[in-house]
Design a protein around this ligand. Structure first.
Ligand code: BDR
Ligand code: CA
Length: 312
């Protein structure tokens, strides 16, 4: 299996991504989960990661707390989307599994140094503060990264937190800029993809029908998302962002994209955090990312439902 670290700010969609990864041990080995402040402050983000591991009955998964604020800016959270807890919609017990003592950034650095070079993929589901901090503190680990697969940014779909920017990039644009400049292979799952992966009532019903504890929680989470996002976007269901990262690892054939240059706006108040993506190749700038543009959404939901079936 491919070794990954999941860097995350759960978030219902983050939690579903974690479940999808933990349900796929043949393809994916989760070395650890590193929490970062984003959708909710860090204490809730690390708690929610542990809640999710326990839901999957995988309490041995190491969970680490990382950065509690972006590199240079005050934290902006998204309780208006995810609810006060970040996991509103399902009533789950407080976790009893421990939080690891090591800081998430140290765990990322130590893991990249310990594991064979080129064997660890970083999966980023929130603001990129932990990754950028690790790369700044230990530049030697950058070349040891196999690749980075992240949910963030947008091109045609433009923004969701401002008219120009997607939440994960907007919250810590300086971190995003550093990560996009790191020189390792980056795959981006932007809003252009996630807004095609809609949790419609029939797709939610197929998950509910699994009848497991995990399916019940996912149903509650998707229902919570649905109330906010369908009103916002006027679609038949809410976009399911972060699980696209794990689905890409499992089934890259479900996705198509282009190797392009992507730069991050960090100066303008108006377009802060915009992913300036050269989709049409109008610059001479060398590609630095595989920017995904399309997805087989039915294939995605079939995969997600099949994998959730394996969880208790
Ligand atoms: C991203 O922001 C968060 O609200 C979601 O968890 C996802 O990672 C979507 O813009
Ligand atoms: Ca997230």
């Amino acid at each position: 299996p491919r070794k990954i670290i999941i860097d995350t700010d759960p978030g219902q969609d983050d939690a579903i991504a974690i479940l999808l990864a933990l349900a796929s041990p043949e393809e994916i080995e989760v070395l650890g989960i590193t929490a970062v402040a984003g959708n909710v402050p860090l204490p809730l983000a690390q708690r929610n990661a542990r809640v999710t591991c326990e839901l999957a009955q995988r309490p041995e998964t190491p969970v680490f707390a990382g950065c509690e604020a972006p590199l240079l800016r005050p934290l902006k959270t998204a309780e208006h989307v995810h609810g006060a807890t970040g996991l509103d919609g399902a009533d789950l017990p407080d976790p009893s599994m421990p939080l690891q003592e090591e800081h998430a950034v140290d765990f990322i650095i130590d893991t990249l140094r310990r594991e064979p070079a080129g064997s660890v993929t970083l999966c980023a589901l929130g603001p990129l503060t932990n990754l950028a901090s690790a790369f700044a503190r230990a530049p030697d680990v950058v070349e040891r990264v196999a690749g980075i697969v992240l949910m963030g940014g947008a091109y045609f779909e433009v923004g969701n937190i401002t008219p120009a920017a997607e939440f994960n990039i907007f919250v810590d644009p300086e971190a995003a800029r550093a990560v996009f400049a790191c020189g390792r292979p980056i795959t981006v799952l932007p809003l252009d993809v996630t807004h095609k992966v809609l949790a419609t009532p029939p797709r939610i019903a197929a998950i509910t029908a699994l009848g497991t504890s995990a399916a019940e929680a996912v149903t509650g989470w998707l229902g919570f998302f649905e109330r906010f996002d369908t009103a916002k976007y006027g679609t038949q269901g809410a976009p399911l962002h972060d699980p696209c990262v794990i689905a890409f690892l499992l089934r890259p054939d479900l996705f198509t994209g282009r190797e392009i240059n992507v730069e991050i706006e960090t100066q303008s108040d108006l377009t802060l955090g915009m992913t300036v993506a050269d989709w049409w190749g109008v610059t001479e700038c060398a590609p630095n990312a595989l920017f995904i543009g399309d997805v087989d959404a039915d294939g995605f939901f079939t995969l997600l439902t099949d994998r959730l079936r394996r969880l208790p």
